[in-house]
Write a protein that binds this ligand. Sequence first.
Ligand code: ACM
Length: 540
Amino acid sequence: MRRNRRTTPRTARVLGSLLLVAAAGAFTVGAAPAPPKTAPAPPRTAAVPLDRVVPAPASVTPGGAPYRLTRATAVRVDGPAAVRRVGAYLTGILRPSTGYPLPLTDGGSGGIRLHLEKGDYGAEGYRLRSAPSGVTLTAGTPAGLFHGVQTLRQLLPAAVEKRTVQHQSWEIAGGTIEDRPRYAYRGAMLDVARHFFTVAQVERYIDQLALYKVNELHLHLSDDQGWRIAITSWPRLADYGGATEVGGGEGGSYTQADYRRIVSYAASRYVEVVPEIDMPGHTNAALASYARLDCDGVAPPRYTGTEVGFSSLCVSKDVTYAFVNDVVKELAALTPGRYLHIGGDEAHSTSHADYVTFMDRVQPIVAGYGKTVIGWHQLTGAHPAEGALAQYWGLDDTSAAEKEQVARAARAGTGLILSPADRVYLDMKYTKDTRIGLTWAGLVEVRRSYDWDPGAYLPGAPAAAIKGVEAPLWSETLKTSADIEYMAFPRLPGAAELGWSPAATHDWNGYKVRLAAQGPRWDALGIGYYRSPQVPWPHG
Ligand code: ACM
């Protein structure tokens, strides 16, 4: 279990909050201010306490009076164009609700300053300092500044997320936050195969991920029910194999330009896209599109049900590897990110020997196009390539033998991404009454989703093998953005916190209070979430 030296002990943080309230004097957190007797000033809104952020920062030191945004506040940037873009992103959030001009200017001091410097920030860490004279965000990289902006955003009242002018005061509590992630890989997966989601819907989800410092978007681009990415050399995959979905709807697919738009939007939010082509199972849409991929040369009908494990690419045919080569080549060329996910789960119609043969031939193809393989953890039953990552999706009660197979691979150098299905599969119902979702991994309420430690989760896996946490969202029962949001919120922020925050900050009783404070923010953003009775939401 990793502990960050710079983490302020919990008692110091609480004491710091009390001192802050005493020092600020002008308001009491949680109590409504007395209405002014004379001229109408904007209603005073209590600053959000510095330790109300999700994911919990590594170190929080409250102190001093708050910074107050005014009509005169400037956003000052210094550094390369990427810093200016982060500044522009920030003003894009702040201007509509504050109604302030917030000019983006080069250099200077005061106001809100975004500043790059060499220092002990790591690839994604940042420092935020707030005092009456201004707020300064400092980082070693633009990514660090971007994550700092998400913290800054959460330190402003929830109404800052509204898109119309709100007449109220905008204060940021005084003090210092020093922050950096526990894990480099903090992911979310969206299944666009069972039901198709448009570019705009994916972009909306990317914005929601960014708010919680998630930095990997895994797109499940193919499955039995649909092939969702245009491959120029095999056009029927998308044209025919993409034109349906679970339940028989019209489906859809991304053109290569669409996919590039998603990748570039994600990059603007410091999110890396991890494309998945699931193989050798989960391939009915491909097998239906091209008869020559089938061992018997007969294309099956397209599939719109929700069973799994009935399809397999033909491991003994050379055309299979020509197909994989073409798909991987095009997808790798479209993807600036480091990874290419090759699935490998639930290959129940592929013999074990064929599965091993297939993975032995396909992994070098991925490496040949410069990408690192990720596979579902069944890959550890074959020969994971050097540097490959395995994504664990078992349950607490998965057999010890299966867990040991994964742990053994981890001890031999395979990195792990943890996605335990009875913890962070966002498509599991919260309770038996949840209107959408599945139950095969169990009912997953908010506390269960949050209350585990990735560092200690898998017996026998070395801590250094854990590369991060990912929350998958499968879409057999999901059709709209409202469906995505209802299942992701409030569990997604918990998975994000497990990936970002030091283990020492883990505490359900503290977390549920911080999570509750996100509710009004989601209301302002138009995110409809599950009002779990486990969380003390502010308005009942
Ligand atoms: C999976 O849920 N089949 C990875």
